[in-house]
Design a protein around this ligand. Sequence first.
Ligand code: NAD
Ligand code: MG
Length: 390
Amino acid sequence: MKRLSIFGATGSIGQSTLDLIRREKENFQIVALTGAHNIDDLVSDALEFRPDCVVCAIASHFNTLKEHLSGSGIEVLGGPSGLKDAAERPADIALSAIVGAAGLEPGLRAMKAGAHLALANKESMVAAGALMKKTAADKNVNLIPVDSEHSAIFQALIGEDSNSVERVILTASGGAFRNWSLEKIARTTPEQAATHPNWDMGQRITIDSASLFNKSLEVIEAKELFDLNPDQIEVLIHPQSLIHALVGFRDGALMAHIGPPDMRHAIGFALNYPSRKHLPVERLDLTKIGQFDFEKPDFEKYPALRLAFQVLEIGQLSGALYNAAKEIALDAFIGRKIGFLDMAHVVERVLERTFATSGSSVDPLNLENVLMMDQMGRDQANEEILKFSS
Ligand code: NAD
Ligand code: MG
């Protein structure tokens, strides 16, 4: 029986995970389930999966959650301290599936408490890749990516010498606006951007997929997870979303990971690692698929990607700044304060302000520095956004 904690249980990844657990409840003991806004789902999941504790990350919802679970025998915690408490409880594996930089500290704490980390929260690696890896190494726990592209690369690398890797290719569907003109993209609404052609995901990551900010975070995530140089990472638009990533080796071999666009594969792989167990995902019939298409992404249409490669070159804690500015810009787009393409302008301005001249040479292994850089990214992005309304 594996002890499992799920951070972000009410989200898209969290719910896909619970769908897998539901099929083999006898093999998992749930230590903690956490959510933020969706209290009804949190209550029904808690009653079904009987975790030791349930956490509502938004402190103001704590009383409602407590009321709904009174008499159930399930411990109810709330706010940042509740999240901290839950992350420190012994577990064999923790699934990090909170959206945004808010997922960083629970993931770090869970590893420090000795849990292997199944990592969906890519923002942790973007903001604090060095610290995440060092924590995993110090605690001798596995850091297993759940992002489909990175799970694909991780799987292609099993048994391989990392020195023999020449390049990795991350695929991107191209999001909702792949065939739209730049003028049309500039006028898009949050509702249009929150619809994905292939994947069913949370609102924020879906909009990030349309702007390729999601792929951009994944470029940085890949560099951090697999110790790659910027020139070893390529991105290709692959509209079918069936090849999740490819790894090219120095003997010319190119290993592709192919599967349906269903996150339950990568989640199940991470939960069962190093074993492979039966998973309820579609088995592809290649004769029905017929063809795989690829094209190079246009950096003018997708400025987020150009900026991500800048972040790779800058290094230091530029990823923390990039991610934080992106989160604020995304909030502003969802709140209709700025346009779709303005998100990248905001992030570019924030990167320029900090790194164009002097740079910032703080220790990336220090969590305080990561949080400081994150806050600076948020403050500067808010300042830049104000300029749009003035
Ligand atoms: P989602 O928005 O559907 O769910 C996010 C979860 O985080 C919810 O449980 C929500 O209540 C919780 N949450 C939100 N803000 C919080 C806060 N401030 N503090 C604590 N908890 C908070 O998101 P998702 O699509 O499931 O994505 C989760 C993570 O997984 C993201 O980092 C995303 O990039 C990554 N990811 C998602 C997919 C996907 O298919 N959805 C694929 C790859 C990677
Ligand atoms: Mg992905």
